[in-house]
Ligand binder design. Structure first.
Ligand code: PEP
Ligand code: MN
Length: 354
């Protein structure tokens, strides 16, 4: 489905990107106003703060709810910044509108649930407000596009997407793995839809924010949403990924913004795809090795030799043939599988010698 879009036209202190900055959560009136004033003094124009916080487990800080909305009004009055918050239910939408929030975003957990998205969309009917839809927690582009379609179907034309990374079972470097190929494909499918990068929720760590911002810019993304707190270590949620307004300003001042970068055609996009594929290759190889070790254990228990020559030559021949069918030189595939086999044998020997 084609989306019916209008430009977001969000204020920015530089040509590109526009930046939405502010704490993960609105904790206290003082923390909200203090952070907003510091951000405003650095030229930031759009203030974010979570009023309702979706927490993985009960017992965490779930946001102040309606009580915190007047603090957002004060931010507007005192700093002239636009305000933004996450909405997950029709009631959130109503309250956010009642208190004059200027921009809404839909969180990753909500995007993953079409019923929730539809009820937010229904609550937005007849309202003209910019809405940004975060990617769903799971790497499902169709679900993301479906959510965008539902919100657009409610008449929201100032629409954008936020790339905040995807949940993975095994915890790796990132809190949520970026899987850049997904926003790149989103851009290919919906070229007029602005995409904002959220390095805070991708990284989960403040030391990775700068490099993620740069990568997002190198891919030609339109904006950034970064969590910023006047006292990050004391934050009531997501403390490890927040930076002070000063640090955020410094990070952004170091960004190299290249002109005319196209998310689907730039060299860095292609390189990014190669990086992703290499990561997958390494993960797959690690999985293969762990199965090899299981086989090694079986051989040890059953008094079998490690190298079973017949099986080995079969693998090499089969893989070489499969490779040629895909246009890869058979000799090259053989070399690759010889190395993989060599490492497999080494790992099995290791096991046996233990
Ligand atoms: C947030 O922006 O604070 C948030 C809860 O994000 P996400 O939906 O990406 O987890
Ligand atoms: Mn957060």
């Amino acid at each position: 489905m084609e989306l019916d879009l209008q430009p977001l036209n969000l204020p920015s202190n530089t040509e590109r990107p526009f930046v939405i900055a502010g704490p993960c959560s609105a904790e206290t009136e003082e923390q909200v106003i203090n952070t907003a004033k510091q951000l405003a003094s650095k030229g930031f124009r759009i203030f974010r703060a979570g009023i309702w916080k979706p927490r993985t487990k009960p017992g965490g800080f779930e946001g102040n709810g309606e009580k915190a909305l007047p603090w957002m009004q004060m931010v507007k009055q005192e700093t002239n910044m636009m305000t933004a918050t996450e909405v997950a239910t029709a009631e959130h939408v109503e309250l956010a509108l009642k208190y004059g929030i200027d921009l809404l975003w839909i969180g990753a957990r909500t995007t993953a649930n079409p019923f929730a998205i539809q009820s937010v969309a229904d609550a937005l009917k007849g309202v003209d407000i910019p809405v940004l839809v975060k990617n769903p927690v799971n790497p499902d582009l169709e679900l993301w596009i479906g959510a965008l379609e539902r919100i657009n179907g409610a008449g929201i034309k100032r629409l954008g997407a936020i790339h905040r990374g995807f949940t993975s079972y095994e915890k790796k470097l990132y809190r949520n793995i970026p899987m850049w190929q997904i926003p790149i494909e989103l851009h290919r499918r919906l070229p007029n839809l602005p995409i904002v990068n959220d390095p805070s929720h991708i990284s989960g760590r403040r030391d990775l924010i700068a490099s993620l911002c740069q990568q997002a810019m190198d891919l030609g993304m339109d904006g950034l949403m970064v969590e910023s707190h006047c006292d990050p270590d004391k934050a009531w949620s997501d403390a490890s990924q927040q930076v002070t307004p000063d640090v955020l300003d410094y990070i952004l001042s170091m960004l190299i913004i290249r002109e005319n970068v196209d998310l689907t055609a730039s060299l860095s996009t292609l390189r990014k795809s190669i990086d992703e594929i290499d990561n997958e290759l390494i993960d797959l190889l690690a999985k293969r090795m762990s199965i090899s070790r299981e086989i090694g254990a079986y051989k040890r228990e059953n008094g079998m030799t490690i190298v079973q020559t017949k099986r080995y030559s079969e693998i090499l021949d089969k893989r070489a043939a499969q490779g040629s069918l895909k246009g890869i030189d058979a000799e090259c595939i053989k070399k690759i599988f010889e190395s993989i086999h060599e490492e497999s044998v080494r790992q099995q020997m290791d096991l046996i010698n233990k």
